[in-house]
Design a protein around this ligand. Structure first.
Ligand code: HPA
Length: 280
């Protein structure tokens, strides 16, 4: 298996997905750590296990289910990924973006991505939702961009523009929906790091200095590949913990804490996602 995902591999995966469904999704949703239950609201679902799709990167992380659900939500046909795979699981960066390429092949043109992130901005608190307005792709800048390798010109340009990676119109709509539901959203810059170890105090001081508001280990490869294909994006981070260089003595960060806070915000996130899908 090469590091690079080929057009043939994407077509083979998309073709198997089409064998399971005759629905034509236009909206994609990627549900991050602990958020899988958001998919329960999808009606008339065609459920596909990722193991049944060739070349599909299989997730091994607790809280990530590895299913794909195509069905109806708020009257729209949606393609929901319950669980995703991450660079730290060992796959080439290119390969973890196959699901987004398949979504695009099936007709998805708007993508809502959720994740769990550590809050760097001191104004944030665990349980906040942050709209991603921009990102810092540390892996990409250091040579691990998912678009590295042969370019498929039929999908997008060799050098895709990234001046507005996260659609301002979708962010505006998200703020409106949150206000209608009685809560507010933070908006900030998401720093993408490889993980799986959490950040050291010095790394967190560095991230704060370069303008990051939150830090996490996902989302950005999908966003780069989606923008390349012209898909517009709303990114929502659940701030599951504060990622600060000077925590209270004895404080340790665990994946369980990340999952627990994730559970706590499900009602807010559900209201936001339903409202978005309804109004798209
Ligand atoms: N750092 C990196 N990734 C994360 C964090 C964090 O503090 N919390 C949730 N995902």
């Amino acid at each position: 298996m090469s590091d690079f995902l080929t057009t043939t591999e994407v077509a083979a995966a998309a073709s198997v997905v089409r064998n399971y469904t005759n629905k034509q999704p236009t909206i994609g949703l990627i549900l991050g750590s602990g958020l899988s239950s958001l998919a329960d609201a999808v009606s008339e679902p065609d459920i596909i296990h990722s193991n049944d799709i060739p070349h599909w990167p299989v997730s091994t992380v607790a809280g990530h289910q590895g299913r794909l659900i195509i069905g109806t939500l708020e009257g729209k046909t949606v393609f929901v990924l319950q669980g995703r795979s991450h660079f730290y699981e060992g796959l080439a960066i290119n390969r973890i973006t196959l699901p987004v390429r398949v979504m695009h092949a099936l007709g998805v043109r708007t993508l809502i991505v959720t994740n769990a992130a550590g809050g760097i901005n001191a104004q944030y608190a665990p349980g906040d939702l942050m709209l991603i307005k921009d990102h810092i792709n540390f892996l990409g800048m250091a040579g691990n961009n998912p678009l590295r390798g042969p370019n498929d010109d039929s999908v997008g340009a060799r050098f895709p523009d990234m001046t507005e990676p996260y659609d301002s119109g979708l962010r505006h709509l998200a703020h409106q929906i949150a206000a209608e539901n009685g809560f507010s959203l933070q908006e900030g810059v998401y720093a993408y790091v490889a993980g799986p170890s959490y950040e050291t105090p010095a790394e967190l001081r560095f991230l704060r200095m370069v303008g990051a508001d939150a830090v996490g280990m996902s989302t950005v490869p999908s966003v780069v590949v989606a923008r390349h294909a012209g898909i517009r994006i709303l990114g929502v981070s659940t701030i599951t913990n504060m990622a600060v260089p000077d925590p209270a003595p004895g404080t340790k960060l665990t994946h369980d804490e990340v999952l627990e806070t994730g559970m706590r915000v499900i009602p807010k996130l559900t209201a936001l996602l339903h409202g978005m899908v309804r109004q798209l």
